[in-house]
Ligand binder design. Structure first.
Ligand SMILES: [Zn+2]
Length: 293
């Protein structure tokens, strides 16, 4: 099943790659106690956490048809990628392009690819392996990449560090730049009327979120500013995979309030199940994600 939603005249489809068990919740977040996880086990929907308290994360893209362009946002993990630092994601194959086809889109139909940031699980399908080389998967697309984010990861990769993100930089970002398919942009770049970037640093230095606005309706595509519903239940916890945890926390709260204040739908990168919802403030200080019915 492909979930989709209309934001005014824009149609947004959920392109699901895989849903997998991930790290222990208490390892992924600072300030999260076992008691808090036990309580969350009772509150959150089934499929949010494993019985042994690991996060369950979906990897998916959003395909936006604006009427003028087809835009694909965040390209998941990809096939055949060397991700040796996460064995569950190493050298895998997925049916991703088949799911994109079910959403009615072929690779050549994509006009723009946007990457909210350049972590390995957001750039994978930027490229695919053809005759032993990594080539852009979407032959007619320009790839919208934050200049600040690109420069950050270029420097990390050149420093000799080897991790999944630098491996991804080499196999999923650099080939796009070499093929002259990348547009390196500032973090407030406007692609077209009703679709523009907004800086949202913390998870990574050049992290951006994407605003959609059409016919009075609004949505925010939030990437990894929010990974899991635990962060809504307990807004005070910090995310250990944020480059700057304190800034990540400020950005997360600001974005949640922005959703409420502007009546914008939130489209997070890793929520399992329906990824389209609204944000409600709870009495105890937390928030709740209410999926569209
Ligand atoms: Zn991610």
């Amino acid at each position: 099943m492909v979930y989709s939603v209309n934001i005014g005249n824009f149609q947004v489809s959920h392109v699901h790659e895989q849903t997998r068990e991930f790290d222990l919740a208490t390892r992924f977040f600072s300030g999260l106690t076992l008691e808090m996880v036990n309580f969350a086990q009772q509150i959150l929907e089934p499929g949010s956490l494993t019985t042994d308290n690991r996060l369950i994360l979906s990897m998916h893209s959003f395909a936006v048809r604006t009427g003028r362009f087809n835009v694909l946002i965040d390209t998941c993990c990809g096939d055949h990628k060397d991700r040796r630092f996460r064995p569950d994601f190493h050298q895998r194959t997925t049916g991703y392009l088949g799911v994109l086809a079910k959403a009615g889109l072929r690779p050549e139909d994509i006009d723009y690819v946007m990457c909210t940031h350049l972590h390995w699980d957001h750039v994978g399908w930027n490229t695919q392996l053809v005759n032993g080389s990594w080539v852009p998967t979407f032959p007619n697309a320009k790839y919208i990449i934050s200049r600040m984010e690109y420069e950050h990861w270029r420097q990390v990769a050149e420093s000799g560090v080897v991790n999944n993100n630098t491996l991804a930089f080499e196999d999923s970002v650099s080939p796009v730049v070499r093929a002259d398919k990348a547009l390196l942009v500032e973090n407030d770049y406007e692609l077209d009327s009703g679709i523009w970037l907004q800086p949202c640093p913390g998870h990574t230095p050049g992290n951006y979120v994407i605003n959609l606005q059409s016919d009075g309706r609004k949505a925010l595509i939030s990437g990894d500013v929010i990974h899991h519903k635990l962060q809504l239940l307990y807004p005070e916890i910090l995310c250990n995979v944020d480059d700057d945890k304190e800034q990540g926390s400020r950005s997360r709260l600001q974005l949640l309030h922005q959703c409420i204040d502007t009546n914008a739908m939130l489209l997070p990168a890793h929520f399992p199940g329906c990824p389209f919802g609204t944000i409600k403030k709870e009495n105890g200080g937390g928030f709740r994600f209410v999926p569209i019915s």
